[in-house]
Design a protein around this ligand. Structure first.
Ligand code: NAP
Length: 206
């Protein structure tokens, strides 16, 4: 599939590496494509353009910018209507506190901003450095996937498996409330508990 990224940072780069290795096409959308191109070219995959150009390319879009910048950034020119949007954001304030609690989620708020798109929450509870393989050693990391459109969710679960993740259907988009809390827990383990970013969650089944 053709995957467009909104953002050119750690998450976009690492997910793009994993998806590209699995045979998918990738294009990055940036506020400043010339500056971003200098960084992205080192990955050896994909191309860089404006957000609009990335969204013209992408059959599926991955929203990988700071949550605090989403509402002011989303533009009609991004052509997101009817598309699956994978929301990887964690709703942090600029000072890295949790911005939203259990009565809503970043994903549900983004769905209100993009009512014609199919928002699917995924990958927010994985550190970027583990996103290119979906694995830590031999262990496949859990990729919870939440969304209200069953077809869109299946597409995203399939992309997660293509990378190497153990995809788990987490239910409706409302489950993003718990996934975003899990993302915060991961950040707390990595940074507050000083475990670093070489950690992740796996899922056991009987
Ligand atoms: N890092 C992780 O381990 C991790 C894990 C899970 C989820 N997340 C979430 O994934 C998202 C991206 O994280 P990241 O680590 O990739 O961040 P990052 O490395 O800082 O990259 C974010 C990208 O977003 C764009 N951006 C930055 N500020 C912006 C603004 N004010 N308006 C519009 N675009 C802006 C920039 O691209 P351009 O300058 O090219 O426009 C930048 O490269 C965040 O919401 C984060 O919470 C991160």
């Amino acid at each position: 599939m053709r995957i467009g990224f909104l953002g050119t940072g750690n998450v976009a780069s690492q997910l793009a590496l994993g998806l590209s290795k699995a045979g998918h096409g990738v294009k990055f959308g940036s506020r400043n494509p010339n500056e971003a191109r200098e960084r992205i070219v080192k990955l050896g995959i994909g191309s860089v353009g404006s957000h609009s150009e990335a969204s013209e390319f992408g059959e599926i879009m991955i929203l990988a910018i700071p949550y605090s910048a989403v509402s002011e950034s989303i533009s009609a020119a991004w052509k997101l209507d009817g598309k699956i949007i994978i929301d990887v954001t964690n709703p942090l304030t600029p000072s890295f506190d949790w911005a939203i609690g259990f009565t809503t989620s970043g994903a549900e708020e983004i769905a209100k901003l993009l009512p014609e798109a199919q928002i699917v929450k995924a990958f927010n509870h994985v550190f970027a450095e583990n996103m290119a393989t979906g694995r830590l050693g031999q262990v496949a990391l859990m990729a919870l996937v939440a969304g209200d459109n069953a077809g869109a969710k299946q597409v995203v679960m399939s992309l997660a498996r293509d990378i190497g993740f153990d995809a788990v259907d987490a239910g409706p988009l409302k489950s993003a409330r718990y996934m975003e809390a899990l993302g915060m827990q991961l950040i707390a383990l990595g940074y507050d508990q000083k475990m670093g970013t070489g950690i992740g969650f796996s899922f056991a089944r009987k």
